[in-house]
Design a protein around this ligand. Structure first.
Ligand SMILES: [Fe+2]
Ligand SMILES: [Fe+2]
Length: 242
């Protein structure tokens, strides 16, 4: 069994118990501090003013003549916004599958460590549902004449955000039950963004798509509740040991 992370004595990050003398920082001239902060702030502003957009969206292929009347009704920039947000969810769902893959690979070693674990098949079922959402979004984007393989600006952003979550789950020092916090972050973001996508599709008259997105939303709400409860059960088990 691995060492409990709750064991006291090795953590040296706290400074509240070191005494008043050690708490005093070396004297720093206020002017120096202001100058340093100001310079960094100015530099950041300069970069922000000159930075180009994070990406662009490939124009949908409307030349095929295969698009339905409902899709053709989405004009110009509205179609770009819609494709951008569909690309965002596609990237997120693909990232979700990878997060659950990483979690499952941690599951078996966690069992030998005596952690309180949820059923493995329940995690596998969530992973399959994330994959189903990915496929549904892939088909939705394709039906619009857009390219599901394109990384839209919003897809790029969620890819960067997901890096931190994957780092948590993939870190061998992080226990299975601690990894669940990263999944909770992902699932809560996911439900909020599916809600937004339902509203967006409805506002564009994409009723059939909105219905499918709402089904995905209900599934994601279930995921969120499951992960939340698993974390709660884990904390309860830790209290029993303590
Ligand atoms: Fe998801
Ligand atoms: Fe989910």
């Amino acid at each position: 069994m691995t060492e409990s992370p709750m064991k006291l004595g090795k953590n040296r990050t706290g400074c509240g118990l070191m005494g008043e003398r050690k708490m005093q920082a070396p004297p720093v001239a206020e002017a120096d501090l202001d100058l340093g902060t100001l310079a960094a702030g100015n530099l950041t502003q300069k970069f922000q003013q000159q930075a180009p957009a994070i990406g662009s969206i490939p124009p949908p292929d409307t030349a095929k003549g295969m698009l339905g009347a409902a899709v053709q009704a989405i004009k110009g920039n509205k179609l770009h916004v819609y494709v951008d947000k569909l690309g965002e969810r596609l990237a997120f769902e693909r990232g979700g599958v990878r997060l659950y893959d990483a979690l499952l690979s941690k599951y078996d070693s966690a069992r030998t460590n005596g952690e309180h674990l949820p059923p493995r098949d329940a995690i596998e079922a969530i992973r399959e549902e994330e994959l189903e959402h990915f496929r549904m979004l892939h088909d939705t984007i394709k039906d619009l004449g857009a390219d599901p393989a394109a990384v839209t600006p919003s897809a790029d952003l969620v890819g960067v955000q997901a890096l931190g979550l994957m780092q948590v789950v993939a870190d061998p020092r992080v226990r299975f039950t601690e990894s669940l916090m990263a999944l909770l972050t992902a699932e809560r973001t996911d439900t909020a963004c599916w809600q937004l996508l339902v509203q967006l599709a409805q506002s564009l008259g994409q009723e059939e798509a909105a219905r499918r997105f709402n089904e995905a939303l209900q599934t994601e709400l279930r995921h969120e509740t499951l992960i939340y409860n698993w974390i709660g059960n884990s904390v309860t088990e830790q209290l029993k040991v303590a």
